[in-house]
Design a protein around this ligand. Sequence first.
Ligand SMILES: Cc1cc2nc3c(=O)[nH]c(=O)nc-3n(C[C@H](O)[C@H](O)[C@H](O)COP(=O)(O)O)c2cc1C
Length: 203
Amino acid sequence: MEKVKLAVIYYSSTGTNYQMAKWAEEAAIEAGADVKVVKVQELAPDVAIDSNPAWRAHVDSTKDIPTAALADLDWADAYIFSMPTRFGNVPSQMKQFLDTAGGIWAQGKLTNKVVSAMASAGNSHGGQEITIKSFYTTMMHWGAIIVPPGYTDPSTYAAGGNPYGTSVTVDQEGKMIEDIKEAVKHQARRTVTVANWIKKGKE
Ligand SMILES: Cc1cc2nc3c(=O)[nH]c(=O)nc-3n(C[C@H](O)[C@H](O)[C@H](O)COP(=O)(O)O)c2cc1C
């Protein structure tokens, strides 16, 4: 059977979700997937980016990461999305990308994709869970097969116990507070495993 194709699609201003995307990539490759990591288009004006040196530094250091395109959604069997919360919700950059997908959605090209999502926030109860759940609403409209981590592995507990998707709290210095690396990797492996089952079942 052909390898599962996984697109890891993220938005990050200051690097947290980029790191989560890279851990997911590492685990998915180990699990045998063909993986692409892509970032959604930055929409904020330079004046906003320049107001935060960490944001500017991250934008500059990731300029060579390809920008997510609709072709990536079509190409992949499975997606892992990673995003920071914005006022308790999906960031506009990610939402804008989703909202460009109406055409391929109407053609049925987004049906039965295997999807899992991750998030970060600045406060321990700042909106991680609701951001992931809001994100999953769009995935239900796409007819996706949502694969949450649940409590399928002990790493979820060390990561703060979010069963909807791995999430993390970031302190004032931008450092991750919970130990989430293993939870991200478990979530990625689980996504690839379920995508393999679906792919085999379709053959
Ligand atoms: C406009 C804006 C809104 C934010 N809203 C929230 C929020 O509602 N709750 C929260 O805990 N953190 C909030 N944050 C903090 C971000 O979620 C945090 O900086 C982010 O998760 C770090 O991820 P990144 O390094 O990938 O950008 C907000 C940050 C910005 C810039």
